[in-house]
Design a protein around this ligand. Structure first.
Ligand code: HEM
Length: 414
């Protein structure tokens, strides 16, 4: 760590969340930088990085100083070819995670109704039914639990919640492709072109879908939003509803796939805790919470400053891109006893910041928790003897925010 010529801002030349070693396991770095300094500048990504629980929480609670506008922007400049494809056919605009008040407040209010505890509990039988169907299809032997369960379950749930027809599922999933790499990674020029092309297809699909629902609303979340629009077009425009469908189908899918993979992995890496969960399934909600703290699917999130500001004694200039290390906050010893230990019996787990805090707090938190809980419950019932395949080479997508194993091989017992 060195000092910049900017007053009192440390610089970390080696901090690079896209480095292979960080992608493979970010936690040693996350804890080391948190213990070293509250905030620093990272030239590798041109961002100011905030490391500790208190400072990250304060940033999340101050949307006036820390705008969310940068949340979905590509970290690195796009090629001219990718920019041209996007300009021609992809017209998304901020509605929630990358939107600031007052627009954010108006749009979020209508969306929250769809994700209330009551609405989510209505979905519970559907999650059980889909998860049961997926687990029933598993045969003894080596199984990849990401493709067998962690991927299809949240995808099916969020797509049907939005109202996308069943028969479009495979096409939609293929278009989802690698959107994480596009906005949070460093995709090659060819990858940028392919992802941008898929985003254009996806966007056109969402526009047509919303137009169809506007002509004929049915019983789904998009139709609920259409009814709000029809009662009062100034409450929510059709273009905003299209953006919500586009955004939710991503936010409600990749995050939970990655998280379910992380949760299963952490339990199987601690076989005595997996055995405890199988013996007493009432421990599952606590196991889900500890997995959220210990190995969340979002390790970092972004903001951009609207003015110069002091964070933990470090000066961050106006217009600075800021990276909040949620994964470091979740292991901050100030809030968690023995933070580097995975322990489903800990009492302090609820304080984790995995779903954020403040006005952008994750609207899908209850749904994500429920999907992971049901997936673990079924696995505990059907395959208490399952173990991770030893010696497998786990790989994780290279990006600054999202983390989960691409495949997770287990030995599924007879
Ligand atoms: C374990 C899974 C999940 C994790 C770890 C996660 C994490 C997060 C985090 C950290 C934020 C706050 C971002 C910020 O402060 O700017 C957020 C916001 C959001 N999440 Fe999630 N999420 C998950 C699942 C879901 C699901 C299932 C959905 C949808 C059904 C969803 C929809 C959203 C939306 C729309 C926002 C933006 C809310 C706003 O800006 O007002 N998330 N999520």
């Amino acid at each position: 760590m060195t000092q910049t010529n900017m007053a009192s801002c440390p610089v970390h030349q080696n901090f690079d969340p896209l480095a292979d070693s960080y992608v493979a396991d970010p936690y040693p770095t996350l804890s080391a930088v948190r213990d070293e300094v509250p905030a620093f500048y990272a030239p590798a990504i041109d961002m100011w990085v905030v490391t500790g629980y208190d400072d990250i929480e304060a940033v999340l609670k101050d949307p006036g100083t820390f705008s969310a506008a940068v949340g979905q922007r590509p970290v690195f400049p796009l090629t001219d070819e990718a920019k041209a494809i996007i300009k021609e056919g992809f017209h998304a605009s901020p509605v929630m995670s990358d939107c600031d008040p007052p627009k954010h407040t108006r749009i979020r209010r209508h969306n929250l109704k769809g994700f209330s505890a009551r609405r989510v509990s209505v979905l519970e039988p559907k999650v059980w039914a889909k998860a049961t169907e997926l687990v029933d299809a598993i045969r003894p032997g080596q199984v990849d639990l990401v493709s067998a369960l962690a991927y299809p379950l949240p995808a099916y749930m969020i797509f049907t919640f939005i109202g996308f027809p069943d028969e479009d599922m495979d096409m939609l999933k293929s278009w989802c492709g690698n959107r994480i790499a596009f906005s949070w990674g460093r995709p090659s020029p060819d990858e940028q072109r392919d992802i941008a092309t898929n985003m254009v297809h996806y966007w056109a699909y969402c526009e047509e879908f919303v137009a169809r629902r506007a002509a004929e609303p049915v019983d789904d979340f998009t139709s609920d939003l259409i009814r709000i629009h029809q009662d009062d077009p100034s409450a929510l425009s059709l273009e905003e509803i299209t953006n919500v469908a586009y955004g939710l189908s991503f936010a409600g899918h990749e995050t939970t796939t990655n998280f379910t993979g992380n949760a299963i992995r952490r339990l199987l890496l601690n076989p005595e805790q997996w055995d405890a969960v199988c013996a007493d399934r009432s421990l599952i909600p606590a196991a889900v919470e500890e997995a959220l703290r210990f190995d969340s699917s979002i390790t970092a999130w972004r903001r951009i400053t609207t003015r110069a500001v002091d964070v933990g004694g470090v000066e961050i200039p106006a217009d600075a891109k800021v990276l909040l290390l949620l994964g470091a906050a979740n292991r901050d010893p100030k809030y968690f006893e023995e933070p580097e230990a995975f322990d489903i019996h800990r009492g302090d787990v609820r304080a984790h910041l995995s779903f954020g805090k403040g006005i952008h707090y994750c609207i899908g938190a209850a749904l994500a928790r429920m999907e992971a809980r049901i997936a673990l419950d079924l696995l505990a019932q059907r395959a208490p003897k399952m173990r991770m395949v030893e010696g497998q080479d786990l790989t994780f997508p290279a990006n600054i925010s999202f983390r989960g194993p691409r495949r997770l091989l287990v030995d599924w017992p007879e």
